[in-house]
Ligand binder design. Structure first.
Ligand SMILES: NC(=O)C1=CN([C@@H]2O[C@H](COP(=O)(O)OP(=O)(O)OC[C@H]3O[C@@H](n4cnc5c(N)ncnc54)[C@H](OP(=O)(O)O)[C@@H]3O)[C@@H](O)[C@H]2O)C=CC1
Ligand SMILES: O=C(O)CCC(=O)C(=O)O
Length: 488
């Protein structure tokens, strides 16, 4: 393919080397802020490339697992320092490649640094327990073994943090990895992998192969030498990953969609609730699995809340994420933009009232980007698609309820259960919410998005495979428990 701009070509990283795909084909990674801007050219890899990466990861695993946890941790500290040194460049690449604002991209990259340091420290923490045996002369304890080669399939919405929160625990517990980053954000992923390369990890411990989901993603699902697969992305692909892994006996972990509610009660601090609804629902252009999408408000404050919310949403500045005054960037791709626009139409057809936004931005200077105005719908009811399906865009659905019981019933009336928040000053409302809300992450007087790296993260119902990522919970997926019985 002819390269028509100055944009650089990014290679696969296999067995410690940067190499081109055997297909000899590349694809363009474009900027969602301006579809005519090429961020880079990336490899359109083949099954043969994946096989090489898996073979390298398999060969490297035996000696990587034999290192002490402390020695593996030293490598992760080095990667963290290199990522920190390159933070500005990587964050800017992220903004150019998927559109989130530069401060958000910097925050995410700094989070990647912190995650690496957290898991580097895990190398010195305990991995097992001593359990009393019924035989008084025996010693019984648990230890943990790595899975082997882990396939990492990641989305485009957190192109630095998600690969790192999967790879860092995989590595510290003695696994080797093959990363398949999302097609939209391969350049950002390649710059993250450059940090691992510069840190001098042994060849084959970390590998990256870019390419389509149907070839490289499916290849990871089917590969007999991949022992575990960790995935974040859509509900539909997640289920394919789970079924494929189960069919060949591989371990899997899935983080998928959300349809996250915020409940605002009659006694809430309304200004705080408005701020948090906007931040939770519209930051990153609503493209977070933890984003607020349903706003369930008690009737006593409904009108006042609605008025304050719409007034603030109208003030948000939409633009290129690299510009200092931009609050919300574009959707990450044309297909995400079209998904948002089609849900806005569906909402109108179903009888919800569009109070504001929901149109493609036509402003001069933004016409070549995938920009959409944030949308606020009024009078949304549970049976509507905009109240049930993950839109993954800046669309807020207002729903009126009378009581806290009704609020919880509406909040739980979806197939997902990832995150949820409530704004209330009443302790019994808080306790009912903690007890009865079916979500893996429940937050009181705080927005629904915002995950802390040291705490378990994952969803209930169809939001995940019921496993948890991050914090010490990660050890459960990336290792197997071995029970040891010793008799002298
Ligand atoms: N929970 C979350 O954090 C996320 C949820 N989503 C949801 O998914 C929707 C679509 O986004 P999209 O990016 O298409 O999400 P996908 O689920 O398609 O993509 C996630 C990852 O899976 C890969 N993949 C795609 N098809 C397969 C396959 N058959 N086998 C294995 N891996 C595959 C993708 O590769 P490739 O990029 O090459 O297609 C990407 O690396 C969004 O609108 C949103 O609703 C999306 C991203 C994150
Ligand atoms: O809210 C966050 O910080 C993390 C969200 C997330 O994991 C996702 O969108 O995939």
């Amino acid at each position: 393919m002819a390269v028509t701009t100055e944009a650089k070509t990014y290679l696969n990283y296999i067995n410690g080397e940067w190499i081109a795909s055997s297909s000899e084909e590349v694809t363009k990674s474009i900027s969602p802020a301006n579809k005519n801007e090429v961020v880079g050219y990336v490899q359109k890899s083949t099954k043969e490339d994946l096989d090489k990466a898996v073979a390298a990861a398999k060969a490297a695993q035996a000696s990587w697992r034999k290192l002490s946890g402390a020695a593996r941790g030293e490598f992760l500290y080095k990667v963290a320092n290199i990522l920190e040194k390159n933070l500005d460049d990587i964050a800017e690449t992220m903004t150019r490649e998927m559109g989130k604002t530069l401060p958000e991209a910097k925050g995410e990259t700094a989070r990647g640094v912190a995650i690496l340091r957290y898991y580097a420290g895990e190398g010195l923490r305990k991995v097992g327990d001593v359990i009393p045996s019924t035989d008084s002369e025996a010693l019984m304890f648990t230890t943990r073994a790595p899975l082997g080669v882990v396939g990492v399939i990641t989305p485009w919405n957190f192109p630095v943090a998600i690969p790192i929160w999967k790879m860092a625990p995989a590595l510290i517990y003695g696994n080797t990895v093959v990363l398949k980053p999302a097609g939209e954000t391969v350049v950002t992923a390649a710059k993250v992998i450059e940090c691992f390369a510069e840190a001098g990890l042994p060849s084959g411990v970390v590998n990256m192969v870019s390419g389509s989901g149907s070839v490289i993603g499916q290849g990871i699902i089917d590969h007999p030498d991949i022992n575990g697969i960790t995935f974040t992305g859509s509900d539909q692909v997640g289920k394919q990953v789970g079924q494929g892994a189960l069919a060949r006996g591989a371990k899997y972990q899935l983080e998928m969609g959300g349809k996250n509610p915020v409940i605002v009660t009659n006694d809430a601090d309304l200004d705080l609730a408005v701020e948090a609804t906007i931040s939770g629902g519209l930051r990153s252009t609503g493209q977070k699995c933890t984003a607020t999408s349903r706003v369930i408000v008690q009737s006593g404050v409904y009108e006042e809340f609605r008025e304050k919310l719409v007034a603030k949403v109208k003030e948000l500045k939409i633009g290129d994420g690299l510009e200092g005054d931009t609050w919300m960037g574009p959707c990450s791709s044309e297909s995400q933009l079209n998904t948002v626009l089609s849900y806005v139409e569906k909402g109108k057809e179903e009888g919800a009232k569009l109070l504001y936004g929901g149109e493609k931005v036509q402003e001069a200077g933004l016409e070549n980007g995938f920009y959409v105005q944030p949308a606020v719908f009024d009078g949304v009811t549970s049976e509507m698609a905009i109240a049930q399906e993950e839109i993954f865009g800046p669309v807020l659905a207002l729903m009126k309820v009378e009581t806290i019981e009704e609020a919880l019933q509406v909040a739980n009336d979806v197939k997902f259960g990832l995150s949820a928040s409530i704004f209330t000053t009443n302790i019994s409302n808080m306790l009912s919410f903690i007890e009865d809300m079916d979500a893996g992450l429940v937050r009181i007087n705080a927005e629904s998005a915002g995950v802390e790296l040291q705490a378990p993260f994952g969803g209930m119902k169809q939001s995940s495979s019921h496993s948890r990522e991050q914090g010490q919970a990660a050890i459960e997926f990336f290792t197997s428990i071995k029970t040891v019985f010793v008799k002298g």
